[in-house]
Write a protein of this length. Structure first.
Length: 98
């Protein structure tokens, strides 16, 4: 696996455990798993649409799919979810103040 041995993987795992803590690891794993699943789904959609569309339409579609994928992946990661929630609250407060 990427030229890493068992010892290196255990050290990396220990560092991750120290950084995030045991409570956050399942949440992070779930978020990353969902992001990978969504990425594969979008990738499958792209390859299906590529066979059907011309190059001009394909370029326009890819940019919108990339934006959609980035949004979905960002929403799956727990830390980003909290950040987006804070941003939304800040926007609401800004609207109220104006």
């Amino acid at each position: 696996m990427f030229g890493l041995g068992t010892t290196e993987l255990l050290i990396i795992g220990g560092i991750i455990l120290l950084i995030f803590g045991a409570r956050r690891l399942p949440e992070i794993g779930k978020g990353l798993g969902g992001a990978i699943k969504e990425f594969r789904k979008v990738k499958k959609d792209i390859t299906t649409k590529d066979a059907k569309e011309s190059s001009n339409e394909k370029h326009k579609e890819e940019t919108s799919i990339e934006n959609t994928l980035a949004e979905k992946v960002a929403k799956e990661v727990p830390v980003v979810k909290k950040g987006l929630a804070i941003k939304k609250k800040a926007e609401n407060i800004t609207k109220i103040i104006k």
